[in-house]
Design a protein around this ligand. Structure first.
Ligand SMILES: NC(=O)c1ccc[n+]([C@@H]2O[C@H](COP(=O)([O-])OP(=O)(O)OC[C@H]3O[C@@H](n4cnc5c(N)ncnc54)[C@H](OP(=O)(O)O)[C@@H]3O)[C@@H](O)[C@H]2O)c1
Length: 249
């Protein structure tokens, strides 16, 4: 029987690439996001891999619970959860920050990850088996100018990963984290609220990571033998030395 991977934020970027990589290596998938059309396109692209689509906003706890409760029997035993959904919203000094952006980041990146994990954990603990990969960021390991609340949300993911690993140890559930540096996805478009020119500049003058590079690492982590947990990975483009130190030509 195929293993099941549940990937949040599969409509774009790292989540989408992870879905492609895991489907290739024989997983069946639950793919989630808010943009149903994107998820349908992906499911078609992944055929004949069995794919179940769930459309919900990770910030909406009731919607998360209802979506997980609606999983068909064949997709209920989730082996791998990739908590990837998330974004940065805005880039401003704290005194100019938009409280609405703060809500989006803290509710999505932190509480969303908690809601999805909480909904799937009863099944994993019952089966005494599971593997959770949280997508953090270099921003969670070091704060950078104007990144304040995004950095805080990813620092929370970092702390939660460690806390979850400790709490879930007796349940035989592996918990791990991937902390990427700059990856060219829709991330900067979202951060700069659709300003494509400003978003494109983030990735100019050097070779950023591709979503597929991060997906490769996630694939490696989830295909290790049962006794191995690659607990934490910092994945950077070769041109990046620290959160905002990038060697641009
Ligand atoms: N790109 C980078 O440089 C970078 C670096 C480090 C870490 N990361 C992290 O990597 C993860 C994926 O980002 P990405 O770079 O792949 O960006 P992306 O292309 O913008 O993808 C973000 C994904 O998250 C989903 N999402 C966002 N908010 C959501 C919500 N409230 N409810 C449900 N789904 C939501 C989006 O789906 P819908 O819009 O369809 O809902 C989309 O599929 C994020 O956690 C991000 O913080 C990115």
């Amino acid at each position: 029987m195929k293993k099941t991977a549940f990937i949040t934020g599969a409509s774009s970027g790292i989540g989408r690439a992870t879905a492609v990589a895991l489907a290739k290596s024989g997983f069946q998938l639950v793919i989630t996001g808010r943009r149903a059309e994107r998820l349908q396109e992906l499911a078609q692209e992944l055929a004949p891999t069995p794919v179940h689509i769930l459309t919900f906003d990770v910030r909406d706890r009731a919607a998360v619970e209802a979506a997980v409760a609606s999983l068909p029997t064949d997709f209920q035993a989730v082996d791998v959860l990739v908590n990837n959904a998330g974004n940065a919203h805005g880039l401003a000094p704290i005194q100019d920050g938009e409280p609405n952006d703060w809500d989006l980041m803290l509710d999505g990146n932190v509480k969303g990850l908690l809601y999805v994990s909480r909904a799937l954990l009863p099944g994993m603990t019952q089966r005494k088996q599971g593997h959770i990969i949280n997508i953090g960021s270099i921003a969670g390991l070091e704060a950078y100018a104007n990144g304040n609340v995004y950095c805080a949300s990813k620092a929370a993911v970092h702390a939660l990963t460690k806390g979850m690993r400790i709490d879930l140890l007796p349940q035989h559930i592996k918990v791990a984290e991937v902390n990427p540096g700059a990856v060219e996805t829709e991330f900067s478009e979202v951060r700069f609220k659709g300003d494509s020119e400003r978003a494109a500049k983030v990735y100019q003058g050097y070779e950023p990571l591709r979503a597929e590079d991060v997906a490769d690492v996630i694939h490696f982590m989830v295909t290790r033998p049962p006794h191995v947990n690659v607990a934490e990975v910092l994945l950077l483009p070769a041109a990046q030395g620290a959160a905002t130190l990038i060697n641009k030509e």
